[in-house]
Design a protein around this ligand. Structure first.
Ligand code: BES
Ligand code: MN
Ligand code: ZN
Length: 482
């Protein structure tokens, strides 16, 4: 993608984009060329439709269809602006002004526009080889002509930066993106944006009894760590919201080894942690809540070796829970258990939201369209669901019945980490996590397996890493009510 969009105002634009519903009178006080363009048979104002006009003595014009006025919402806006963005990309412009006159939902539309154009601008050139040709990058500055739209636009660009940051992290290959590298990224983020970062490694993990990290990570030379990133406002009110992310930098399955096809793409098993870092970026740059937010990344590489965690091993967690390891490929729940224990012991959280590429089962259930939401608290669940609908990073609530937890009972320990039945895998994993949540702790678990990458373009996101969870978590915290 040779074009990057950014927010910026140039006095003489190369182009003006007009927004037009299919069922409202033409709101453009326009040159005859524009009116003529909208009389062409190809124009019907469907969301995402673009026609162009080249008026004499004024900048080139794009008219973007927004569909029916009544049906216009965030999803439609995303779709429409993605189409406009892809068209503008080809035009190689230095500057575009967006004219949203007559649009009631201008702040929402502006935000969607900024988000989409920002997301469309994502690239990761570092590792590009000869397989792709590097083209000169065109930088297109975009601004809105009406205040509401313009402010939304700027906010949209800002949140897209957080998502793009997470996409870059998630996409970084596992020989580079080790747990230690992840901690370096967090430290860098903290230094740039005033977040406090602490990293626990080696003996410190043992001192704190962070059992899952120690055992999942023990066969790899790339040693595990707990990364804590804290946003603390000047005048801090109330307890912290804790965001906890599974950060398995590569998941071989361990001794319960994945097969060749199952293992490919497992650099993406850190996407939950990347989403949390992206959300922390958003906390510092755009959301700026009045209460503290703590991001916890449980980072390890699930590898093989003579020292690897074995099926049949029994390990004891910080809170005393014993776990019989029946499948070393169910490693995410082991490291998340550490994070849950830590958060409850150390952070006095208002609520804990963990996000993880946890089970193939959730992908089977939801097909990569929505993340799975498990929660022990209806208000937290509702707030997450609302944030999902508002951002398009949608969720679907899944069950946390006691029966699933019962399916995780062990004959030699408190729990097994995998019950070897193919049924209800995502809910069983959630049941396992629930066993580490104390009564009174408000908790939600987002299973985002299958959401971290897309193999085809969707809205403003091209094939590749999606940054799923960043906008969702940022919106959730922005609107959080205890
Ligand atoms: N990281 C995987 C889950 C996953 C699978 C994410 C596919 C993205 C795409 C996780 O650690 C895992 O291996 N889960 C197992 C659990 C099973 C052993 C109980 C699974 O889903 O098969
Ligand atoms: Mn696994
Ligand atoms: Zn995994």
């Amino acid at each position: 993608m040779p074009t990057t969009f950014s927010y910026g105002r140039m006095p003489r634009p190369d182009a003006v984009a007009f927004l037009q519903f299919s069922d409202s009178p033409v709101s453009i006080a326009a040159e005859p060329e524009v009116v003529e363009a909208m009389r062409r048979p190809e124009w019907d104002g469907e969301a995402g439709q673009v026609v162009e006009a080249f008026p004499a003595n004024s900048p080139r014009v794009f008219v973007l269809g927004l569909g029916k006025q009544e049906a216009f919402n965030n999803d439609v806006a995303h779709k429409a602006f993605a189409a406009l963005g892809r068209r503008l990309t080809k035009a190689k412009l230095a500057s575009v002004h967006i004219d949203s006159r007559g649009l009631d939902a201008a702040p929402m539309a502006g935000r969607a526009c900024g988000e989409v154009l920002g997301l469309l601008s994502w690239t990761q050139a570092e590792y590009k080889g000869t397989g792709t040709t590097a083209k000169a990058v065109v930088e297109t500055q975009v601004c809105g002509l009406q205040e509401g739209f313009d402010r939304g636009l700027e906010a949209g660009f800002a949140i897209a930066r957080s998502a793009n940051y997470a996409r870059t992290l998630a996409n970084t290959p596992p020989n580079i993106a080790t747990p230690h590298w992840m901690s370096d990224q967090a430290i860098k983020l903290g230094a740039e944006h005033g977040l406090e970062v602490t990293v626990l490694t080696g003996d410190q993990l043992a001192d704190e009894k962070l059992t899952g990290l120690i055992h999942v990570g023990r066969a790899s030379d790339n040693k595990p760590c707990l990364i804590r990133v804290a946003y603390t406002p000047q005048e801090s009110t109330g307890p912290a919201v804790v965001l906890l992310g599974k950060t398995i930098t590569f998941d071989t399955g361990g001794l319960s080894l994945k097969d060749r096809n199952g293992m490919r793409g497992m650099k993406g098993d850190k996407a939950g942690g990347c989403a949390v870092l992206g959300a922390m970026h958003a906390m510092a740059t755009v959301v700026k809540p009045s209460f503290p937010v703590v991001g916890l990344l449980v980072a390890a590489e699930n590898s093989v070796g003579s020292d690897a965690l074995r099926p049949d091993d029994v390990i004891t967690f910080r809170d005393g829970t014993t776990v019989e390891v029946t499948n070393t490929d169910a490693e995410g729940r082991l490291v998340l258990a550490d994070g849950l224990c830590w958060a409850q012991d150390k952070e006095a959280p208002a609520c804990i939201v963990n996000i993880a590429t946890l089970t193939g089962g959730i992908y089977v259930a939801l097909g990569g369209v929505r993340g799975g939401l498990f929660a022990n608290d209806d208000s937290v669940a509702r707030q997450l669901d609302t944030a999902g609908e508002a951002t398009g990073e949608r969720l679907w609530r899944m069950p946390l019945d006691k029966e699933y937890r019962d399916m995780m009972k062990s004959e030699v320990a408190d729990l097994v980490n995998s019950n070897l039945k193919p049924a209800g895998a995502a809910a069983c994993a959630a049941g396992f996590l629930a066993a580490f949540v104390k009564p009174g702790t408000r908790w939600a678990h987002i299973d985002m397996a299958g959401m971290g990458r897309t193999d085809k373009a969707r809205g403003g996101i091209d094939a590749g890493p999606t940054g799923y969870g960043v906008r969702l978590l940022a919106e959730f915290v922005k609107e959080w009510k205890s």
